[in-house]
Design a protein around this ligand. Structure first.
Ligand code: ADP
Ligand code: MG
Ligand code: MG
Length: 916
């Protein structure tokens, strides 16, 4: 660049204001950062020739400046920039701002980069005072209308700029109070019934109230009004509502809001005027129908505010066919232009239509899917774009059981909402309360729908969880045992519902701050999508997709959402490079995973196989054995169970890969707790009660999660490993004899040094060889390890020598890397997130900077030794879209997640590949 240009560009003042008017604008839709979403789209609509009232956008940079310079403005903003921009508007319309004869009125509207609906402020009808109102009355030959505008303006200005608003929600709005009193005095019900004289009186009372309550006078000077309004819009960026909203939606505070100044058009000027909001398609179902509401003779927020009941857009077709035709044309223009479903705001002034806003419309999961697929078929977008349009969580909504919305709303209105917990396992469930797994199993055997209610859950509760419709816990977070297992099983779960207090002894549950007590057997309903806990039962049903895939109770052709789902999954599989496996322990879970498109099992937890019926008995005998002989006897009882379990699992999975983890948890998890149970066990084992009790006490550990578990178990008691490997290999041999080739992947947990893996691998090979020799059947198998201890991640090059594969156990790896117990982190993680310590809960979404770095390092080190080392992850993170994206980038071969998350992971993997 020549020097002259550099110096001249230095002298050019930064552009703070961007004008728009019919047919042309200085901005466009790509300039959201500078103009905010509203401003950018107003400019875009003007550019494509839609009827947009003229105006201008004061950029977000002015807002940032405002906050960086003690609430002041860039030089000359109000002295020359704004007046100059206003002049363009005046010229376009032949009106003048503040002119008593023919006044220009404007709206001053907030609008940030990301839409923050209803969080910030907007002021309408600005420019009115006691003189201009008469000009407006004369010009429109409609004094009532002019005074209605004035009344609305004084109210909005008094509230937003001068701060006259109720201190809390319980108090009445002072303006509403005045209005109600007047209406009562006159005996009228609707605002529209108020005449000019009454409105004049109300304006007077409003101003008086402002002065009395705030000590501030309502300003007459339109320029002063404007400056106040711009300041208020910028201030509203930092009001409490907006701050909370930003925190919840990860919107940074430094973005700031833009401020749009726009000529008013009037929907409240008579019966051929009106205002409305609409979606270009149905935002709930995605159906390609125009969907919206409007009110005749109304302004701005009237439609949303619920002052009068709005009419459906179809009525506009009957009442004002010409306007409807125009609006419908704009609907098509917008969809063709934006190639997406849009949310619009419009106003009709004396039969002429104006567009006041458009943005990409928010939609439910089912709608998002349908719209993406439909738009592909309409030729608006291609398959890649369709995939990128759908948030993986939106797909998830299609898989969950559902409540009938109307019934749920009625129940809430009838006061049946008991409490709200974490929405840990989405979907809807209803059934009878059970406080323990045994009762739950019993009740469900009698054909009752059961909701298992626990303070928190442990592996012992698995069988109760399996038969329950839903799980409710008082404690525990999004990745607590209850939440984790619920998601794997596809169960509805509301976790960590602190407002409940459960008493197992009394068999009852109390709701904090109320007299309500619920007992075992009472009906209760859980909405795991929202976390709501509702008293009584509510009708639910499986989603269509699940009815087709898992239940087989619905034919694909009878499920409207099926075709959309199928199409989307086909596209996802076309573009993704990661393989998707599922975490499953049982044949039925594996079968479900397969219908959802799983390509293997990434984690079979063998411990869950030891809980049913006789097995737990044999397991306990093994743990408490006094010598090797006793231990072997007990273990031999377990062998056939294990072999059958693995056989079933392999059979279901066919020749797909199945990773089986050797026994992992601390042994005490299998032992009885109550004296009564210990007594019974002692009797069965033929040993004195005192002795058994002592043995149990011996096994006590201060920190069991870092205790005798994982590969340490097998190193101390090789018999356990031998039995498990024997069961795996025998099952594989049997299938081989039946003609099915399976290649088991045997996985060693909790390895931290290469020696641990070497010792265990040697034992595995020895056992496997002897089974193969005995059975006369050749079976291939792999030996690999979980990488879940930081030391293992750091020494991956050495560990890889003894491993065919690594599977990152990101639950434990996160716990140990962060030094943070997953099950106890619920206490402080929420406030950690408030302080931005973590953008997201690290147990839900991989902590990329820390845990992620370990994984990437380990993957590179491992492959430097063994280029074909298979890599995957099997933690809960496998179903989290952001984590899936990370795994794609880190070059893993697969992710493994709970069966019901498989479709989400397929979509997330495709999106990661497309964004790469
Ligand atoms: P929000 O972001 O809360 O939707 P807006 O700035 O869109 O706030 O304003 C709310 C409503 O005010 C709009 O939907 C529209 O009906 C009305 N409004 C805003 N500007 C104008 C205008 N220039 N003329 C007529 N009505 C307007
Ligand atoms: Mg709006
Ligand atoms: Mg682990």
């Amino acid at each position: 660049m020549p020097t002259s240009e550099i110096s001249s560009s230095k002298n050019v003042r930064k552009q703070y204001i961007y004008k728009f008017s019919g047919g042309r604008a200085e901005g466009d839709a790509s300039m959201k950062n500078l103009l905010g979403g509203k401003g950018a789209n107003l400019a875009e609509m003007a550019n494509i020739g839609l009827p947009v009232p003229p105006g201008f956008t004061i950029s977000t940079e002015v807002c940032t400046w405002y906050y960086e310079h003690q609430q002041s403005y860039p030089e000359n903003l109000f002295e020359s920039d704004i007046p100059e921009a206003l002049r363009s508007v005046e010229e376009a319309l032949g009106k003048k701002f503040g002119d008593p004869e023919n006044p220009l009125l404007i709206s001053v509207r907030s609008g940030a980069r990301a839409s923050m609906p209803g969080m910030m402020d907007t002021i309408l009808n600005l420019g009115l005072n006691d003189r201009t109102v008469e000009g407006l009355a004369a010009k429109s030959s409609n004094p009532r209308f002019a005074w209605d505008c004035y009344r609305r303006f004084v109210q909005m200005y008094g509230d937003v700029v001068l701060g006259l608003r109720p201190a809390d929600k319980k108090q009445k709005d002072p303006f509403e109070e005045i209005l109600e009193a007047e209406k009562e005095k006159l005996g009228v019900r609707e605002d529209t019934e108020l005449g000019t004289t009454e409105l004049q009186e109300i304006v007077r009372l409003y101003k008086k109230a402002i002065l009395e309550h705030t000590g501030r006078t309502f300003p007459d000077d339109p320029h002063e009004q404007l400056q106040g309004a711009v300041g208020a819009v910028f201030e509203s960026w930092n009001n409490e509502r907006a701050q909370v909203y930003r925190r919840l939606n990860h919107i940074p505070g430094y973005w700031g809001t833009a401020c749009n100044v726009q000529a008013m058009v009037f929907g409240n000027m008579g019966e051929d005027c009106g205002t409305g909001v609409a979606f270009t398609r149905d935002a709930a179902t995605g159906e390609n129908v125009f969907y919206g509401e409007f009110l005749m003779n109304a302004q701005g927020e009237d439609v949303v505010a619920g002052i009068r009941t709005p009419l459906e857009i179809a009525r506009l077709k009957e009442e004002k066919p010409e306007i409807y035709r125009q609006l419908d044309g704009i609907r098509t223009t917008l969809e063709q232009h934006y190639r997406d479903m849009m949310d619009i705001e419009f106003t009709i002034e004396s039969g002429t239509l104006y567009m006041l806003q458009c943005r990409v419309g928010k939609r439910t999961g089912p709608a998002a899917l349908k719209i993406a697929v439909d738009m592909f078929r309409e030729g608006l977008i291609d398959d890649r774009e369709a995939l990128l349009r759908i948030e993986p969580e939106q797909l998830n909504q299609l898989l969950r059981p559902v409540f009938d919305m109307k019934e749920k709303q009625a129940a809430i209105e009838a006061g049946r909402l008991l409490a709200k917990g974490l929405n840990a396992g989405p979907g809807a469930a209803t059934g009878k309360i059970c406080f323990n797994a045994t009762d739950a199993a019993e009740l469900s055997r009698r054909g009752e729908a059961v909701i298992l209610v626990r303070i928190e859950t442990s592996p012992e509760d698995i069988k109760g969880m399996a038969v329950s419709e839903g799980i409710l816990t008082e404690r525990g977070g999004m990745t607590s045992h209850a939440a984790l297992v619920a998601r794997q099983m596809g169960k509805v779960c509301v976790a960590g519902c602190g407002a409940l207090s459960i008493d197992y002894q009394k068999g009852e549950m109390r709701v904090e701050g109320s007299e309500i007590v619920l007992r075992e057997g009472d009906d209760i309903s859980l909405d795991g999508t929202t976390g709501e806990v509702i008293a009584g039962s509510l009708p639910t049903r499986n989603s269509e997709i699940v009815e087709v895939l898992v239940d087989g109770t619905r034919k694909p052709e009878d499920a409207p959402s099926w075709e959309v789902y199928r199409q989307l999954m086909e596209w996802a599989d076309r573009y993704r490079r990661l393989q998707i496996r599922a975490n499953a322990d049982q044949p039925d879970q594996a079968a479900t995973a397969l219908t959802f498109g799983a390509e293997g099992i990434g984690l079979c937890r063998t411990e869950h196989m030891f809980f049913g019926g006789e097995r737990i008995q044999a397991m306990r005998e093994m743990i408490l054995a006094d010598n090797l002989e006793e231990r072997n006897t007990a273990i031999q009882k377990l062998l056939p169970y294990q072999r059958d379990d693995f056989y079933g699992l392999f059979r279901t999975m066919g020749s797909r890969p199945v990773t089986i983890r050797l026994l992992d948890p601390p042994l005490h998890e299998f032992l009885p707790g109550s004296d009564e149970e210990i007594m019974r066990l002692a009797l069965k084992m033929g040993k004195p009660y005192e002795h058994v009790k002592e043995r149990i006490a011996d096994l006590h550990e201060f920190n069991p999660m870092l205790g005798l578990r994982g590969c340490r178990l097998g190193i101390l008691h090789p018999e356990i490993t031998i039995m498990q490997v024997q069961a795996i290999m025998e099952a594989a041999c049997r299938l081989r004899q039946e003609g099915l080739e399976v290649v088991p992947e045997i996985m060693v947990p909790l390895v931290s040094t290469h020696r641990e893996l070497e010792i265990t691998a040697e034992l595995i090979h020895k056992t496997a060889r002897s089974v193969v020799a005995e059975q006369w059947t050749g079976v291939r198998y792999l030996v690999g390890t979980m990488i879940e201890v930081p030391r293992a991640a750091i020494t991956s090059a050495e560990i890889a020598r003894a491993a065919d594969f690594f599977s990152y156990g990101t639950n434990d790896l996160t716990q140990m890397t962060l030094g943070m117990s997953r099950d106890d982190s619920g206490q402080y993680l929420p406030s950690y997130q408030q302080h931005d310590v973590f953008a997201r809960n690290p147990f839900e979404s991989i902590d990329i900077a820390g845990v992620g770095k370990l994984i990437s390092m380990s993957a590179a080190d491992g492959r430097s030794v063994k280029p074909d080392l298979k890599l995957g992850i099997c933690g809960e993170h496998g179903g989290d879209p952001a984590s899936v994206e990370f795994c794609h980038k880190a070059g893993l071969n697969y992710v493994s997640c709970s069966p019901y998350r498989v479709p989400v992971a397929r979509l997330a993997a495709a999106r990661a590949a497309l964004l790469d």
